[in-house]
Ligand binder design. Structure first.
Ligand SMILES: [Zn+2]
Length: 251
């Protein structure tokens, strides 16, 4: 196949692209890892606000423009957790190092064989990816659970063993993502569901939750050294998390 030509296509016409040397060629296939936010249809942890969007201005009513008002939580949909989520003195989402979240190399751990409430362990699941886990790399846990988004069993996802989370962090990794509600186990009985959160966020790390379609990275064959991801939060002053648009591509 070779490299794509240094052109951009506008309405079928090809023209010279002066940015052809950029690391993201204009024709790169972007995989969207984000859930769509649909008003009143977003799973939320207990105590978190439910998401709604309603029209404040409408062209159809003769008003100047279409404008919506959102009710949204900092942990709505696909989002990041900043250390301040669990630590009063932790950095807030507007202070996160964007180098960790912009065009970052990533490793996708294939965990699609895991069942409900199954533990993801270092020895059994993660050690074989150890060499690629290093500073600046985003570790993405692909459980396949995003297919259950909005279903009653969405919170029954596999979960990361806290000791395994510690091992990942020891490798220098600062960002761990999962295609489920939380890297911690969520149980009806409650209990301590924050061990992985405290391990990651307590080491100045970032957690990415409710990722979508991580399996598409594996199926498209771009998993490997050239994989890059961007997961960019809103610049919310002094907040604990933020919805993101998460994308992956290969360089
Ligand atoms: Zn969160």
């Amino acid at each position: 196949m070779g490299d794509p030509p240094p052109y951009t296509t506008v309405n079928g016409d090809e023209e010279k692209d002066s940015h052809s040397a950029d690391p993201i060629p204009i024709r790169t296939k972007i995989i969207d890892l984000t859930h769509s936010l649909i008003s009143s249809h977003i799973p939320a942890c207990s105590g978190h606000p439910s998401y709604t969007a309603h029209r404040s201005m409408s062209l159809s009513k003769g008003e100047f423009a279409n404008v919506h008002t959102l009710l949204i939580g900092t942990h709505t949909g696909t989002h990041v957790d900043a250390p301040y989520h669990f630590f009063e003195d932790g950095i807030t989402v507007d202070e996160l190092d964007l180098n960790l979240l912009t065009a970052a190399p990533a490793v996708v751990v294939d965990l699609r064989n895991k069942v409900a409430h199954e533990r993801i362990t270092w020895e059994g699941d993660l050690r074989r990816y150890e060499e690629r886990m290093k500073e600046g790399v985003v570790v993405l846990l692909c459980t396949g659970w995003s297919k259950n988004w909005c279903k009653p069993n969405y919170s029954d996802h596999p979960f990361l063993d806290p000791g395994a989370a510690e091992k990942i962090m020891e490798r220098g990794v600062k960002a761990i993502g999962i295609d489920a509600m939380s890297p911690d186990e969520v149980t009806e009985e409650g209990g301590d569901c924050g061990k992985v959160h405290r391990t990651v966020l307590g080491n100045s790390g970032i957690i990415i939750e409710n990722l979508n379609d991580l399996g598409r990275i594996l199926e498209s064959g771009i998993e490997g050294e050239g994989l890059r991801v961007s997961v960019l939060p809103l610049r919310l002053d002094k907040c604990d998390g933020s919805p993101v648009r998460a994308v992956a591509w290969a360089v």
